[in-house]
Every structure is written in structure tokens, then in C-alpha cells.
Design a protein. Structure first.
Length: 199
């Protein structure tokens, strides 16, 4: 006799299945019926945990933000130089995108930009939080004389933030044909070298 899963386990399973389907089909191709089929439950079973599809999207987004924040925090945990922490945070973010390609698809989806304001706001807050992390690290790197002091740390953070975003777009358009984290490391070194020369 099959063991019935508790609500938290089932919700986690539904969220994971949704992310897998987004990566395969894009957000517009994901239906609650497809999610139910992937999990092995009825469509009514999905609605038992998520009364509306927008509730499912919101939970997926909240999981994404929580996991991203966890990875940024973990990347900063070692007592390294601020510049080393910047490298680790950017790499951790790129590895997250590479391991969960649905993230990039969701951020640029019609669902996000025109149909679900709550979803857009969750990802907007995620971007603001990432910018804040990079701003703080940039300020510390300036104090350590590892980054130029003549550029506002907020502006340095914007430049750093544009790297994973732009590179992830190229990666997605190429059919995920290259190692995102490895290419990110290479380009980040070029960017940091340019910033170093901007003193």
C-alpha cells in the first residue's frame, strides 16, 4: 500500500516538478495537468495544495528566492577577501541558474511581466537583494583597495549584476551549449581587471 505524503512533502514535489517542466517547456507550456502527471497525482491533487495556478507560481518564485539567498550567504561564509567573496557569490549564482534553468525562463516569461504582478515583485526583490549583496561586497573591496574608490559601490554592483543576467541569456539562447559557471568565471576576471585599471 502506497504511503500518503504529508502536505509539505507533496508541495515540495509539486514545486520541483513545475521547475522541471518550465525548463523543458517554458512557463507558457506548463499546465496543472502536466504538473499532476509528472508528480503522479490528479489535477485535483495539485489544486488541493495550490487553489489557483498563480499560487503555484508564487510558491515556485519564493522557493527560488530563498534558495538563491541561501547560496549567496553560503558563498560569503568563508573568511576570504571581499574580492574573493564577489567571485564566489557570482559563481554560486551562475551555478544555481545552470542547475535550475527554469529560473531564467521564469524571469523573462509573459506570466511574470504581464499576468502576475506578485510574481514579478518577488523576482524584483530578489534582484534588489542580489544588488545589495554585491554593493556591500564592493564597498568592502574598495576599503581593502581591491576595487577603485572613484566608482560608487552601487554602480560596481550594477556592472557585476549584469554579467550573470546577460550571460544567462546567451546561454539560454544557445540551447545551454556551454558551461555557464566556467564562462562566468572567465568573464568576471576580465571585468574585475577592467575595474582595477579604472583607478
Amino acid at each position: 500500500m502506497a504511503i500518503r505524503k504529508n502536505s509539505i512533502d507533496r508541495k515540495t514535489e509539486i514545486v520541483a516538478a513545475t521547475l522541471d517542466l518550465v525548463a523543458e517547456l517554458g512557463p507558457e507550456g506548463v499546465t496543472t495537468q502536466a504538473v499532476a502527471g509528472r508528480v503522479g497525482i490528479t489535477q485535483a491533487g495539485v489544486f488541493r495544495h495550490f487553489p489557483a495556478k498563480r499560487d503555484l507560481w508564487l510558491t515556485v518564485a519564493e522557493w527560488t528566492v530563498t534558495e538563491a539567498r541561501r547560496r549567496w550567504s553560503e558563498a560569503c561564509r568563508n573568511e576570504e577577501s571581499p574580492l574573493a567573496s564577489i567571485r564566489r557569490v557570482i559563481e554560486a549564482h551562475l551555478q544555481f541558474i545552470q542547475g535550475t534553468p527554469a529560473i531564467h525562463s521564469l524571469i523573462f516569461s509573459r506570466e511574470l511581466h504581464t499576468q502576475n504582478e506578485e510574481l514579478r515583485q518577488v523576482f524584483h526583490n530578489m534582484a534588489k537583494d542580489f544588488h545589495a549583496v554585491l554593493t556591500d561586497l564592493s564597498r568592502q573591496a574598495q576599503a581593502a583597495a581591491d576595487l577603485p574608490g572613484n566608482i560608487a559601490p552601487q554602480e560596481i554592483a550594477k556592472l557585476l549584476l549584469s554579467l550573470p543576467s546577460g550571460l544567462a541569456t546567451q546561454w539560454s539562447l544557445s540551447g545551454r551549449s556551454f558551461d555557464l559557471a566556467e564562462e562566468g568565471r572567465r568573464l568576471l576576471e576580465i571585468l574585475l581587471d577592467c575595474l582595477h585599471k579604472a583607478r
